[in-house]
Design a protein around this ligand. Sequence first.
Ligand code: IPM
Ligand code: MG
Length: 370
Amino acid sequence: MAHNILVLPGDGIGQEVMTQVRRTIDWFGDNRGLDVNITEDKVGGSAYDAYGAPITDEIVDQALAADCVLFGAVGGPQYDTLDFSLRPERGLLRLRKDLELFANLRPAICFDALAEASSLKKELVAGLDIMIVRELTGGVYFGEPRGISDLPNGERRGINTQVYDTYEIRRVARVAFDLAQKRGNRVHSSEKNNVMESGILWKEEVQWVHDNEFADVQLEHILADNCGMQLVRAPKQFDVIVTDNLFGDMLSDVAAMLTGSLGMLPSASLGARDEATGKSKALYEPVHGSAPDIAGQDKANPLACILSLAMALRYSLDKSDDADLLEAAVDRVLGSGVRTGDIMSEGATLTSCTGMGDAVLAELSKSISG
Ligand code: IPM
Ligand code: MG
């Protein structure tokens, strides 16, 4: 049966990296029998330009009905002065909320060939394999009350609320422990229980899930500031890191840079498993943003978006073998010294976004021709 995929390239380099993903999907259709129906639409600033809103109800409905969503990136300086509710980012945040994509998986893997491209010493990052599990539908991103109000004294007040309920912490903790069991069996849970009550609750609930359901997994609690520091000091001490929405946003950008470039990091955002179908709602997106400074120049690195497709093949489309094939092809492309500007190093061959797409397809074709 064909899988229904909603493709939302979004803004800036989202467009060009997604073009390379579409070519990769076509390759799997032609060569590996991948059967998909693709619908493409707009999100973020491009949706605002076309429809007057960063996402429409129709697009949310399509996302709810799809087997998965492939998302590019949103944002751009021309939208910075829009009313908050119309900003490109609201389109992405609404998708996460309406699809209840509470678990955001951000693997930070350092490909051997890229160990030199990291801003850290090669020996600190070579072989790095961390999974950050970021809570994605709660915390300060969505907490009420929020807003900017006028005070009687003529000043203004900006408010956001960090709030977590037991179930929100427990369900994302389960995802982290479950993943850890399939990897290094270790979880670091990160919060700020020294200054935030929500951090105390986070720590206690993660501990509860551990003690009652995953006692065999090694659990450590780490303050979020220390976690950031340890990530750049000795990143290989981590296996799985589970953390809230805001700390996860920051720590995953830090982790991305360890791998050489933000242009390398894919992500999967997953909802609860439907007991009847065994499926989860899912959205796949590169961790990088829309990079307006290089948009439209065919310079962007499409690998984070292509690796997000690999995650979609694995988690939504029942094609683990194809996911392995695609990840191995990316590994060989990097090994051959082909580089976009963001991961360029001495002696390597500079290529474009399209050139990187070509290189991945060429490696894929080689891998099935024996
Ligand atoms: C991310 C991004 C988003 C976030 C923005 C674009 C809303 O930074 O996915 O990490 O803050 O979650
Ligand atoms: Mg971010």
